[in-house]
Design a protein around this ligand. Structure first.
Ligand code: RP5
Length: 164
């Protein structure tokens, strides 16, 4: 079995609708990964254990999604030097602006690479992880370039309806 390269963690199973978009991209590119719930405030000891073990397990990046007072990505980053990619999940009351601010406003010294709120952020975090891995894997880089070329083709073929 291939060693796991990318960890995908989230604060609750209610984040899965968003975070599965990261997993879909990792699957599309054949990246070995795991996905699990690691809640910062409901299971803080598990969160620390996960972060502390990450480097030793060979994880190359951790995609961490959370909503509301979204401390999961920052707290994981505090306990590991493995790069953490933060995904703000849309929250019930503030639509994810709270999650975004919580994740992006890390004080100097402990970085979290922060992506857009919601599904675009989850997918882009995974694409960013693919790009990180591609820097040492020419075959993966080719597949990433093909993915980009496909998007270009779709955009070039877009047509617009007549103005109303
Ligand atoms: C955060 O609280 C989770 O990341 C989730 O986005 C939010 C709400 O969690 P649930 O109440 O749906 O479990 O910890």
């Amino acid at each position: 079995m291939k060693p796991i390269q990318i960890g995908v963690v989230m604060g609750s199973s209610s984040d899965w609708d968003t975070m599965q978009h990261a997993v879909q991209i990792l699957e599309q590119f054949g990246i070995s990964h795991e996905a699990r719930v690691v809640s910062a405030h409901r299971m803080p000891d598990d969160m620390f254990a996960y972060a502390e073990a990450a480097a030793g397990r060979g994880l190359k990046a951790i995609i961490a999604g959370a909503g509301g007072a979204a401390h999961l990505p920052g707290m994981i980053a505090a306990k590991t030097t493995v790069p953490v990619l933060g995904v703000p999940v849309a929250s019930r009351h503030l639509q994810g602006v709270d999650s975004l601010h919580s994740i992006v406003q890390m004080p100097k010294g402990i970085p979290v690479a922060t992506f857009a709120i919601g599904t675009a952020g989850a997918a882009n975090a995974a694409l960013f992880a693919v790009a990180l891995l591609a820097s040492e894997n020419p075959e993966l880089r080719q597949r990433l370039e093909a993915f980009r070329a496909e998007q270009t083709e779709v955009a070039r073929n877009m047509t617009l309806p007549p103005a109303a």
